[in-house]
Write a protein that binds this ligand. Structure first.
Ligand code: C5P
Length: 304
């Protein structure tokens, strides 16, 4: 048998970051929105033990060893249920790698759900969410999807109401940014300054609930943006190109370097995407709308 799970990318419409904690992580008020760019993870029994393969435009940058979150998810589930992680995980990758869109986290959540279905472990949703939180701060959201507020290090989720579909354009950069490096730069830039407790913006949550793109555009924010720009100054040109093309809002997605542009509707998103493509300030451009569901089993096939 084989099981295929589809998992969305995310954009952070608000990312409020507190001071570094003693464990090195940062408390966050992280408002996630799942958007329609997806990876697919297929799990198939593998008599030779755990194996990872990957295809897609960025596949060359994906680690195929046990540092891959998909491998770690399979190993964590196998350990919990006292079995071997004898599985081949194939990742069909469409989410940019090291882009600030939770592509690695998506593969972790996807592998977990696929192995769970393949092995028939019967794990509860809470157990799966616990394993996701162990794997990484963004992994629980990849499982849940939709829209959610993440607190703690981002792993404690409260699902949010969204009153409409938001249309986005994403500009992928010529290289990646390391999330720990961006957080370290955030700490460096904030040295000697009082960092306030991160709090979700009431106006932003209202804008999401109403499905109002103008109100959302007025309230989006990302505390990691100055750090991402400091490490990758050319991103300022991409942000300016999107604004000039009529985007309602432009911001760095998560720790970057993908930049995100909010448009009023699908037609406006196409126009912004076209202008960004011809601006020469990014590698590729994709339009995607959200919210969309989290990790979902889309195929279960018996042995051939
Ligand atoms: O949880 P995850 O493995 O995705 O985090 C990657 C890195 O990002 C952490 O090692 C840490 O440097 C940084 N991080 C952080 N605070 C968070 C989430 C991530 O400092 N809330």
């Amino acid at each position: 048998m084989s099981v295929t799970v589809r998992v969305p990318a995310k954009v952070n419409v608000q990312l409020a970051v507190g001071a570094a904690r003693p464990d090195g992580f940062h408390d966050l008020a992280n408002v996630f929105l799942a958007v329609g760019l997806h990876d697919e993870v297929t799990a198939t029994p593998s008599p030779d033990g755990l194996r990872i393969t990957c295809d897609g435009p960025d596949a060359g940058q994906v680690p195929l060893d046990r540092t891959n979150l998909a491998a770690r998810a399979a190993l964590a589930l196998a350990e919990r249920y006292g079995r071997d992680a004898d599985v081949h995980l194939h990742i069909a990758k469409d989410i940019p790698v090291a882009g600030g869109m939770a592509g690695g986290s998506a593969d972790g959540a996807g592998a977990l759900l696929a192995c769970d279905a393949l092995w028939g472990t019967g794990a509860s949703r809470e157990e799966l969410l616990d394993i996701c939180a162990e794997l990484g701060s963004d992994v629980p959201f990849s499982l849940v999807g939709g829209a959610a507020l993440g607190t703690g290090r981002g792993e404690r989720l409260t699902e949010l109401e969204v009153g409409g579909t938001f249309h986005w354009v994403f500009a992928m950069a010529s290289r990646g940014l390391s999330t720990p490096a961006v957080f370290r730069e955030f700490d460096r830039l904030g040295e000697g300054r009082e960092i306030p407790e991160p709090v979700a913006s009431r106006d932003l949550l209202d804008a999401l609930a109403k499905g109002d793109p103008d109100a959302l555009a007025a309230t989006v924010s990302n505390d990691l943006q100055p750090a991402a720009l400091s490490l990758f100054p050319e991103l300022a040109d991409t942000l300016a190109a999107g604004r000039a093309a009529g985007a309602l809002a432009s911001l760095v997605s998560g720790s970057g370097p993908t930049t995100a542009f909010l448009a009023r509707d699908a037609g406006a998103a196409d126009a912004v995407a076209g202008a960004l493509r011809s601006s020469g300030t990014c590698r590729t451009v994709r339009a995607a709308a959200g919210p969309v569901p989290g990790a979902t089993v889309i195929r279960e096939e018996p042995d051939q």
